[in-house]
Design a protein around this ligand. Sequence first.
Ligand code: HEM
Length: 175
Amino acid sequence: MEMYEWYMIRATGTVAYIMLYLSIIVGLYSQVQKKRKRKMTTSLYWHESLANWALVLTIGHIGFLLIDSYMSFNWLEVLVPFASDYQPLSMTLGTLALYFIILTIITSKLRKVIGYQKWRKLHALNPILYIMVTIHGLLSGTDFFGNILAVVNILPFIIFGVVLMKDSLIRKLAH
Ligand code: HEM
């Protein structure tokens, strides 16, 4: 495998994952703003832009896989679930995630046509996309990606737990 192609496959996959992660975080934040009756224009703009960038980088990820001479993936193996002999489960999750992200972006653009309530139900399926990509990265990723996974998925829970514990400790001391 050409070294630069290998790096680019990994880099585009990793950055696509981070973009998707940030898009979800900003999307969740926009719901907090909604509850507080604040303007959501900026957060929704970033929510959508980050998702678009996730798709662009995923297309790059696939592009580098197709030109990489060592792995020699073809269109069929990339676009048809279970068509690849190389890590079939992980590759299928990647392929399904690609379709999922395309569908999410298209249906979001057409939300007025689809109807808001219907679209919201569809949009609520997106955690499945995140889980699929996370498993894909876990199965096919390197240690470096494993570290990123730990930082973005485990660290927030630890920070949240510490903040909660600190809050309850402060409340106990105040009584
Ligand atoms: C939303 C779609 C996708 C995302 C976000 C994504 C993300 C990732 C991530 C984060 C990694 C790990 C990178 C690392 O270890 O540094 C990876 C690896 C990989 N992905 Fe994807 N991927 C997607 C779709 C696909 C598709 C459709 C295929 C092909 C069927 C694919 C094939 C691979 C392969 C072969 C690797 C291992 C690369 C290597 O070790 O050199 N991915 N992907």
